[in-house]
Design a protein around this ligand. Structure first.
Ligand code: ATP
Length: 228
């Protein structure tokens, strides 16, 4: 479902962030991407949703080669890939409901179908009762749950999370993990970059460790493997 063949990424300033990565992530997997700061985790993840383009190599998602994809086809790709960030990135002037509905591709959908879909995903993240709230009225964990609802509202095949618990306290981080796990159990592939040792070593999944832009480890039910 996600395949990288001999992928390299050098930034315009000459920094070689990814140095020859080959990997396959199957449909329905949950993968942690770990590694020291500056190792290339974000670059790896950004290439999956085509925020960054590889300098060399192929990245194939659902049979489409992103490296060769035309700019005009990128919005279509983004509908198949949901993304969650460390800092939530909600629109402050829109309510919870509107933040999620805004991300929905409303192609010939009736208002009642849209409403149903938005309320269904708010149910998955346990926020149905806060649909009318605004982001500043929510805790960090609640804001992250809205961001997750927004990321899955188009029913993507892949959910990418770049340090989704980075700004959250430990209890809230566990809550977010249980929601991501639930979304994965419903069939969505999840790729999550993280520095959270406790989570990786407790909710055991496949671990891909990146060091110096290369894959240093790739283990099913792996461990975090670093001090922090
Ligand atoms: N837009 C950019 N332009 C130039 N260099 C960049 C850019 N983004 C990242 N880099 C460099 O590429 C390397 C890999 O960075 P990346 O953000 O992928 O690492 P990371 O493993 O996600 O780090 P962290 O855990 O600190 O977030 C680093 O040396 C970084 O400075």
């Amino acid at each position: 479902m996600i395949t990288m063949n001999e992928v390299w990424k050098t930034y315009p300033n000459g920094v070689m962030a990814i140095n020859g990565i080959d990997i396959t992530i199957d449909k329905g997997e949950f993968v942690y991407v770990v590694g020291p700061s500056g190792a290339g985790k974000s670059t790896f993840i950004k290439m999956i949703y085509r925020e960054e383009k590889p300098t060399r190599g192929d990245i194939i998602i659902d049979g489409k080669n992103l490296a060769k994809m035309k700019e005009r086809h990128i919005p279509l790709l983004r509908r198949r890939i949901g993304v969650v960030f460390q800092d939530f990135k909600l629109l402050p002037n829109l309510s919870v409901y509107e933040n999620v509905a805004f991300a929905l591709e409303v192609i010939e959908e009736s208002p009642s179908n849209i409403r149903k879909r938005v309320m269904d995903v708010l149910d998955i993240v346990h926020l149905k009762n806060k649909a009318r709230f605004y982001p500043h009225e929510l805790s960090g964990g609640e804001q992250q749950r809205v961001a997750i609802a927004r990321a899955i509202v188009n029913n993507p095949s892949v959910l990418i999370a770049d340090e989704p618990t980075g700004n959250l306290d430990p209890d809230t981080s566990w809550e977010i993990m249980h929601i991501l796990d639930d979304i994965n159990q419903r069939g969505t592939t999840v790729v999550m970059a993280t520095h959270n040792k406790e989570i990786v070593n407790t909710i055991r999944k496949r671990v891909i460790a990146i060091e110096g832009g290369r894959i240093a480890r790739d283990e099913m039910r792996g461990e975090y493997g670093y001090e922090r």
